[in-house]
Design a protein around this ligand. Structure first.
Ligand code: ATP
Ligand code: MG
Length: 576
């Protein structure tokens, strides 16, 4: 239950509306019970009065009308107000969760599957809407209305009214407790089954192409069906228990009605001519009172799911990011943006073997650096540390003589443009895929010019031009085209430091030469750090670094490294 506290705290953002919703809920329910009770008395009293007697039917009939209208109006506005409040709170919650998720990227989020994260953000947050609508509000309303009903009935007969209060309050406490315990364990299971099903389903859809190619669709579909059946099984159990709660309530209702008639028949209501009609009033009050209790059983049955969802959301929000951007420093204009890596050691959180060991490297502003090395040697890791996707375990990295940890996130990001090894193409238009490279709106002509430069001119020659839809993660583009699209992004970006992870991978030699020329021209006054496996135009770089098994084993310019007898780089050149 304690898991729900942080979510209850969110209620303070809509205090007034929530309170108003509660008042309306109480009014609606009280009016509904009042309507049935007064009608019961009215009908019985009219029958007793018979024909030809003077009977004031104005007050009761006006009450019946007033209560009927009051009930309708209160219910209408209650639905609007409570749902509005709930959606406001959910919107706030979603933003909060999202704000917590973003800084977890990429180190902590790597542990979760995308579809699982999406499920938590959407389905689990949605489940939490029941917290107020189905649990808290009806529970509070029940006790207030039981109080009001007791006070109202006590005017007719105090002991019968107290009997009512005792039975109803006991049921209002007992029923939620019973159904809370019944629903607790399978609520967790149901939530988990739903999450598994959705995660598997998204993966099943996303990997259709691969599944068909490898003829592996059947086993996955079978697994999916099993999870679905499990999920449906839990849903069926929930429906059964919910039906059981209704049946239990109807039984309790019948017992209360019988007992009320029994006691009321012998009770003292005075010697008024109409006093027997009060028996009808009590009997109908007993019938109506169950409107208070009916929703409680199935609502508390739901609590297991609410808690499970709350736990799943909390699990994400309570993760601490590996990298915290708490620095306040900004990058002064016109300072030399020299980079300096000092004795850096780094091991990935879930690994034992170090990815980088004792790396020391100085890169003055404007220098062009190429990083070479075998696959898995730690080249990409070094770039990850430079952009603070991870922080070194030992040592430090300085930019303009300040530790990069001292800068605000925005300032650090503005200084660097990072092309990762895997390009992400958004399911969006060509224009929007390019626009994200620059904070300022880009002219169409600028975009087209850059696309022509990287050899993607033919994309804009299509009928839709820059509005060409790039579809599901850029699938309609070839691998090389995706690579070139990412290069277009680089050319549109104005950051003074460029970190490129194998920008020419997958391109033919001729295109590679052309692209490298473009990059080097674009970087004339910028710092360029480029990871590469190829030696094309390597002599044009000012500084070459060779990384092997996480260590920087050679560095210097082309001539120095070529002059080194048995040097790693020299051997590499000779081999190729
Ligand atoms: P390649 O040329 O194949 O891109 P690389 O030199 O860029 O290789 P890195 O990606 O830096 O190599 O990886 C260095 C080591 O760190 C490898 O052993 C790799 O398995 C490991 N590694 C890389 N990324 C992660 C990660 N996110 N979590 C854990 N280990 C990782
Ligand atoms: Mg790499």
């Amino acid at each position: 239950m304690r898991t729900l506290l942080p979510f209850l705290r969110l209620f303070k953002h809509a205090k007034f509306v929530l309170f108003l919703g509660l008042i309306l809920m109480i009014t609606g329910l009280a009016a509904s019970i009042g309507l049935l009770t007064v009608s019961g008395w009215f009908l019985a009293a009219t029958a007793l009065a018979g024909i030809g007697t003077l009977f004031n039917f104005f007050y009761p009939s006006a009450s019946v009308r007033g209560l009927a209208i009051g009930r309708t109006v209160a219910r209408y506005f209650e639905k609007i107000v409570t749902h509005d409040a709930t959606f406001r709170i959910l919107a706030k919650l979603r933003v909060q969760v999202f704000q917590k998720i973003i800084p977890l990227s990429p180190a902590v989020l790597n542990r979760y599957r995308n579809s699982d994260l999406l499920n938590r953000l959407v389905a689990d947050v949605d489940t939490l809407d029941s917290l107020y609508l189905r649990l808290l509000a009806p529970f509070i309303t029940a006790f207030v209305v039981i109080g009001l009903l007791t006070v109202g009935l006590s005017f007719f007969n105090l002991s019968l009214a107290l009997f009512f209060a005792t039975v109803l309050s006991t049921l209002a406490l007992l029923v939620p407790t019973i159904f809370y315990y019944l629903g607790k364990t399978f609520g967790h299971k149901l939530t988990r089954a739903r999450a598994t099903y959705r995660t598997r389903f998204v993966e099943y859809i996303q990997s259709q192409a691969e599944l068909l190619l490898f003829n592996a669709e059947k086993p996955l579909k079978q697994k999916l069906d099993e999870t679905e059946q499990q999920w449906q099984g839990f849903q069926q159990k929930e429906a059964n228990l919910s039906g059981f709660s209704t049946a239990l309530m109807l039984l309790a209702n019948g017992i209360l009605l019988t007992l009320t008639l029994w006691f009321a028949a012998n009770a003292d209501f005075g010697n008024d001519r109409y006093s027997p009609a009060i028996i009808a009033l009590f009997a109908l009050a007993a019938l109506a009172a169950f409107e208070i209790l009916m929703p409680l059983g199935s609502a508390f049955l739901h609590i297991g799911q609410i808690i499970a969802s709350a736990e799943r959301v909390t699990e994400i929000t309570e993760q601490t990011p590996l990298v915290q951007f708490s620095g306040e420093k900004t990058v002064e204009k016109h300072t030399a943006l020299d980079l300096s890596i000092q004795q850096v050691n780094f091991t990935y959180p879930e690994r034992q073997d170090p990815a980088l060991e004792n790396i020391t490297l100085t890169i003055p502003q404007g220098q062009k650096v190429a990083i070479l090395g075998k696959t898995g040697s730690g080249k990409s890791t070094l770039l990850q540390l430079l952009v603070r996707n991870y922080d070194p375990n030992q040592g430090n990295i300085f930019l303009a003589k300040q530790s990069i940890a001292d800068y605000t996130e925005r300032h650090l990001r503005e200084q660097m443009c990072f092309l990762t090894q895997r390009v992400h193409v958004f399911s969006d238009t060509l224009r929007n895929n390019l626009q994200l490279a620059n904070q300022h709106p880009l002219q169409d002509t600028t975009m087209i010019e850059v696309l022509n430069q990287v050899g993607l001119g033919k994309l804009v020659e299509q009928e839709q031009g820059l509005d060409l839809w790039l579809g599901d993660g850029g699938r309609p583009l070839s691998g090389g085209e995706q690579r070139r699209l990412s290069l277009a992004r680089i050319l549109l970006n104005q950051a003074p430091i460029l970190l490129l992870d194998e920008p020419t991978e997958g391109l033919d030699r001729e295109t590679e030469r052309q692209i490298l020329r473009l990059i080097l021209t674009h970087c004339q006054n910028k710092t360029l750090i480029m990871v590469t496996h190829r030696l094309t135009a390597i002599e044009q770089f000012d500084h070459l670094c060779i990384i092997d098994e996480g260590k920087l084993i050679e560095q210097g310019n082309y001539q120095t490294l070529m002059a080194k007898e048995n040097g790693f780089f020299k051997q590499l050149v000779e081999r190729i």
